[in-house]
Design a binder for this molecule. Structure first.
Ligand code: ZN
Ligand code: ZN
Length: 757
């Protein structure tokens, strides 16, 4: 009796149909396999029952490495066997099942890399070499099912040679939609900054040579443009920082190979595995003692973001030069998404770069590189994007309803929660203007379509003025979805709970800013969250501290420091000593003093980020925040080399951890201890203080688990200190492993609240 099988999962674009073909033929079965419009695969089998059983075993045990099977539905069919052979049929547009998705972009595989280097191979030195196991996917697919005409490869009809491989069941490129060669596939070319073609016969190596000489080149990749330059000399970096208006923000780099990475940074086993994995993220690595790359790449930080080449083109850039690495930073103007289109690149980067290395294939969807950091052996996502999105995060429980989360404002993502799967979008960025808002809306809608989801609710932040809040309101009205607003820190802790499948937790949530239930600025919170009660309790928090000048205080952390210290000491002399760190010098310092005297209309915050910023300012580590998290990141980098020389006892007043005392002690100890020791001592105070409060609350509520989330949970030192205290008391300590602790995980947390509770 024939059977029909439907498979959901990541089964398109991963060599699944060729695999089905092979196991069907091997088991002497006839029938067909085809892709469907819902990203799933449909199989018809005719043959002996025992052969079908054997096929199903093979399906489970031998599936291709990149395939993920979520569900297999087998239906016996009435009727007779009619097929003469087993074939791969033309895809159907039918979309009925939901929850399947296409794979993320995959780094070039070892076999393709070998062929790229083999003079005998027809794809020798062809930059866009791919196969069923590697190449772009998410960024190339415009619509389902995954067929060449639905991708941006449609502009490149296969030549005879490629077609041959494409139709040969024994070939690695059997039904590989991205198959191409120098004859028929995309071509690379080098232009001046005005877009005029250069004469180069070997544009990619020529671009590598230009980079090595200190020119700035915009390079088109899989998911967008990078801006690249040399790493061993300062001059091009000075220029790049000036034209990009990025004074301090670290640049990611791409190294020639693992050996090169080890020559300038420390690479542990786990870090090496991540660097070389098929997801090829940027990994934050500690600079080694003899670090010799320019200090302008990651100024005043102890670590540097490194990735390895992930396309044939990247590998070829290094062929004719001795450089160990090139800067490879996303090309995006401030608050704008990464640039993906050629004309846009020419328009927006023409003033920044000296040359463009283009290829003539369009990018369907933009996707930034992912960024991961390791806290000893635990991986922490600073950004979950290329190589990961849109593959879902698998949960141990099914949501009650399908929900979408639109995140907050900074470092944003979108999320579609369906059943036990959470599909988080690629990195969207700071949603402050129409371009990023559209990017968020389009990416989220694309995810809904890909997964064939029937959305019932849309979740967003509590902040009434966020662009994402407005978008959620619009989408709710437009589609008849229920609108659910979720408090920022609650969303972070909800994300942590679902990631670990815990029912209740005392959550420590620390970051820069989140709109509180009372409309005030929160950011150092201890919450009690439980799945049985669809809400949360704010049990404790950091002491409220003044933000003199509101947003200015976030930009100039000295303002926060002065506001705190003013309560205990006369800061006038110190402030005037440091007046040069304000844009308006003495005049500004005088205004601040005046505001302190008046004590009127000063916004307050419980933010942990602002306290870390203030410590950085007191220690003279950072006076101006030129990128998000800068003072706190530099403080951590300083602390890494120190010890807890002050051994301060955290002062806890009821449900409030005193931070004035912390700042005062640090202020008084300047010059008596090293900066590193004081920076460490500040971390120790906050880590111990928050952990102690959380433990106290856990005992009160009889909860066995304490969790830590929010952007500050990217800080390795704080995590380490908190873990020691919490686990020392016999409680379980949880941090994120697959969802970003920062605001990239917010959309997931919101969707969780809307979908589960
Ligand atoms: Zn390959
Ligand atoms: Zn070809």
């Amino acid at each position: 009796m024939p059977v029909k099988i439907r498979v959901t999962g990541i089964v398109q674009g991963v060599g699944f149909r060729p695999f089905i073909y092979r196991i069907a033929v091997k088991n002497d079965l006839k029938g067909y396999v085809r892709n469907r419009g819902d990203a799933g695969v449909e199989i018809l089998l005719e043959g002996r029952e025992e052969n079908i059983r054997s096929f199903l075993r093979d399906l489970k045990e031998k599936k291709p490495p990149l395939a993920q099977i979520y569900e297999t539905i087998t239906l016996p069919l009435k009727g007779k066997n009619e097929c003469k052979a087993f074939t791969i049929l033309k895809s159907s547009d039918e979309a009925e099942l939901s929850g399947s998705v296409i794979p993320p972009d995959i780094a070039i595989c070892d076999e393709c890399l070998k062929e790229l280097r083999d003079p005998e191979n027809p794809r020798y030195e062809y930059f866009f070499i791919t196969c069923t196991n590697c190449g772009p996917r998410y960024t190339i697919i415009e619509r389902l099912p995954y067929d060449r005409e639905n991708t941006t490869m449609r502009d490149f009809p296969m030549c005879g040679f490629c077609k041959n491989e494409y139709t040969n069941p024994l070939n690695r490129r059997f039904h590989a939609q991205t198959v191409a060669c120098a004859e028929c596939g995309p071509k690379a070319y080098l232009t001046t900054k005005q877009g005029e073609l250069t004469e180069s016969k070997d544009p990619i190596r020529e671009a590598g040579r230009l980079l090595s000489e200190g020119f700035i080149v915009a390079i088109k990749g899989y998911g967008g443009f990078h801006v690249a330059t040399a790493t061993t000399v300062d001059e091009p970096l000075v220029r790049l920082r000036r034209v990009k208006h990025r004074r301090q923000k670290p640049f990611a780099i791409m190294a020639k190979n693992l050996e090169a990475v080890k020559s300038f940074s420390q690479v542990g086993v786990k870090e090496g595995e991540l660097l070389t994995s098929y997801t090829r993220p940027i990994v934050l690595l500690n600079k080694s003692e003899n670090h010799y790359l320019s200090d302008l790449i990651a100024p005043s930080l102890h670590n540097i973001g490194v990735m390895l080449p992930y396309t044939g083109l990247h590998y070829m850039l290094f062929d004719k030069v001795d450089d160990p690495a090139f800067v490879m930073t996303s090309a995006n103007p401030p608050n704008q998404p990464i640039i993906k289109d050629d004309d846009e690149a020419l328009r927006r980067l023409g003033d920044t770069v000296d040359y463009f290395l283009f290829h003539d294939r369009q990018i369907a969807h933009r996707c930034d590189d992912s960024v991961i950091r390791l806290h000893s052996s635990h991986q922490v996502f600073l950004r979950r994007s290329r190589g990961y999105a849109p593959a879902p995060i698998m949960l141990r429980e099914k949501a009650k309803r399908c929900a979408v989360g639109l995140g907050g404002e900074l470092n944003n993502t979108g999320c579609v929660l369906l059943g036990n799967k959470a599909f988080i979008s690629q990195h969207i960025g700071d949603v402050k203007n129409v371009e990023t808002r559209d990017f968020l809306e389009n990416s989220t809608k694309h995810l809904i379509r890909l997964t064939n989801s029937k959305v019932e609710a849309v979740a967003c932040d509590l902040h009434p003025k966020f662009t994402t809040t407005k978008l959620a309101q619009d989408l709710a009205v437009e589609n008849g979805w229920q609108l659910i607003q979720v408090q920022h820190h609650y969303a972070h802790i909800a994300a942590l709970m679902l990631e670990h499948n815990v029912k209740e937790v005392i959550g420590i949530c620390c970051d820069g800013y989140g709109y509180g239930l009372d409309g005030e600025a929160w950011g150092g919170e201890i919450l009690f969250c439980t799945q049985d009660f669809p809400d949360f309790e704010r049990l404790a928090h950091l002491q409220k501290q003044p933000l003199i000048g509101g947003d200015f205080a976030t930009r100039y952390p000295l303002r926060v420091a002065v506001g705190i210290l003013h309560k205990k000491v006369d800061v006038q002399g110190w402030l005037l000593q440091n007046q040069r760190h304000f844009p308006h010098g003495e005049k500004e310092a005088q205004i601040i003093l005046h505001q302190l005297e008046k004590r009127s209309k000063i916004i307050e915050t419980t933010s942990c980020g602002r306290v870390l910023d203030a410590v950085a300012a007191v220690l003279g580590i950072c006076y101006e925040r030129t990128y998000e998290g800068e003072p706190a990141m530099k403080l951590e980098s300083t602390a890494i080399k120190g010890k807890d020389s002050l051994q301060l006892d955290p002062v806890i007043n009821g449900n409030v951890l005193d931070t004035t005392q912390l700042l005062l002690e640090i202020f008084k100890s300047r010059g008596k201890c090293s900066k590193a020791d004081l920076a460490y001592s500040a971390h120790a105070y906050l880590g111990k203080g928050l952990a102690t409060l959380a433990i106290e609350k856990a005992l009160e509520k009889s909860v066995k688990t304490v969790g830590f989330s929010g952007g500050v949970a990217c800080n390795e030192l704080l995590v380490l200190i908190m873990r020691r205290v919490v686990e020392g008391s016999g409680l379980r300590f949880l941090v994120h492993e697959v969802v970003p602790p920062g605001d990239g995980g917010l959309s997931f947390g919101q969707a969780v609240v809307a979908g589960f509770w």
